[in-house]
Design a protein around this ligand. Structure first.
Ligand SMILES: Nc1ncnc2c1ncn2[C@@H]1O[C@H](COP(=O)(O)OP(=O)(O)OP(=O)(O)O)[C@@H](O)[C@H]1O
Length: 357
């Protein structure tokens, strides 16, 4: 398969979505609700502002979030990420569209239902941690349980489990200002997980952290996701963070969706020049999988070589492919997609060296 072809999607697409967002708009400004459906809605940026005094932060956005996935929303500053994630939890009221949570539109939820959603089913992790400074670590972690009226012994036991889970054992009695930024964000993670939410929302949670700590925290999210298996919606402006964490990535620009796809799709088949520019410096072998370079077997190919899964990242297959004396068979489930030999691997590596990818 050529690197320009989009691979066949996996079976995960069949799952019922947790969130189905349909035609969502958020316009800030006077008489925002009157703009959609009128010619002014086609105006962008400064022109829209000049004519209507409004900003379209989210513009006719539709997507699904599937159970158990890490769904990343990525875009530059001002692209509408925060507004979008806040619409999903109704911290910001959308101007139009539907936000179906298991089929029910949360735009129709009353104040009581919203409170229930926020206490029991949603949790948020923020960039600036949002910890209570006068409370010790354990009580910060237990806070959400306290708000929903759980007994002290019960909430402390649960909070202790979460403190252990995020690697803060021994620091339960410290105050937030006695912790480093990375540790404070671990408290934020533990607090978010303590209420056992169905969905975790992350709004640029690691942007304020040093690069090394940031990398640790990204690994921590990957580990926690593996252990607790929650659906996560994660906002970032950082491409490498998006590629590392996302099962799928929604690329946003000026309030609109530019592309939704798995990391390998965003890198291997960028939707337009904007995304292509974004991913230009990403080493292809770190992200693309064998299905992107598998080619049909020819009559000369021996077909008794080793088998590797189509979703193995190229970098992880280099040794196996170069060490084999015959082409690797690339398999998705029971289906053989094609073969990969040294020439296919070396072509990717050579292109990276030449600065093409
Ligand atoms: N309360 C508001 N009133 C008016 N305009 C707003 C408001 N909140 C956001 N905007 C505008 O909406 C657009 C999208 O902002 P938003 O904060 O959602 O983007 P972002 O991608 O999250 O950027 P950042 O990472 O800088 O927060 C921007 O043009 C912003 O100025």
């Amino acid at each position: 398969m050529s690197v320009l072809q989009v691979p066949v999607q996996g079976a995960e697409q069949q799952l019922e979505p947790v969130f189905a967002v349909k035609g969502l708009w958020k316009i800030f400004g006077p008489r925002a609700g009157k703009i959609i459906g009128r010619p002014e809605a086609d105006l962008r940026g400064a022109e829209l502002m000049a004519r209507t005094g409004c900003v379209a932060a989210v513009r006719d956005v539709s997507f699904d979030v599937r159970p158990g996935e890490v769904f990343v929303v990525m875009g530059l500053s001002g692209s509408g990420k925060s507004t979008l994630i806040r619409c999903l939890t109704r911290l910001v009221e959308p101007t139009a569209g539907q936000i179906l949570l298991h089929g029910e539109d949360i735009r129709e939820a009353g104040a009581g239902e919203l409170r229930e959603l926020r206490r029991h089913r949603f949790s948020m992790v923020f960039q600036h941690f949002g910890l209570l400074p006068h409370r010790r670590v354990l009580d910060n972690v237990a806070y959400g349980l306290e708000v929903r009226g759980e007994k002290k012994a019960q909430r402390r036991a649960r909070a202790q489990q979460m403190v252990d889970l995020v690697g803060l054992a021994g620091r339960e009695q410290l105050y937030p200002d006695q912790l480093s930024g990375g540790m404070q964000q671990r408290v934020g993670l533990a607090r978010a997980l303590a209420v056992d939410p169905e969905i975790l929302f992350f709004d640029e949670p690691f942007s304020a952290l040093d690069p090394l700590i940031r990398r640790d925290m990204q690994n921590e999210v990957i580990r926690l996701h593996r252990e607790v298996g929650k659906t996560m919606v994660f906002i970032t402006h950082d491409l490498s963070e998006a590629l590392k964490l996302g099962d799928r990535i929604l690329v946003m620009r000026d309030g609109e969706i530019v592309q939704i796809g798995r990391p390998d799709e965003v890198v291997g088949a960028p939707a337009d020049d904007y995304v292509r520019d974004f991913v230009r410096d990403v080493p292809r072998s770190d992200v693309l999988t064998l299905r992107w370079i598998a080619r049909p077997a020819t009559p000369d190919d021996p077909l008794d070589g080793p088998v590797l899964a189509a979703d193995v990242v190229i970098r992880d297959a280099v040794r196996a492919v170069l060490g084999a004396d015959r082409p690797i068979r690339v398999q998705a489930g029971d289906e053989v997609l094609g073969v990969v030999g040294a020439p296919e691997i070396l072509a990717v590596i050579a292109a990276e060296r030449a600065g093409e990818g």
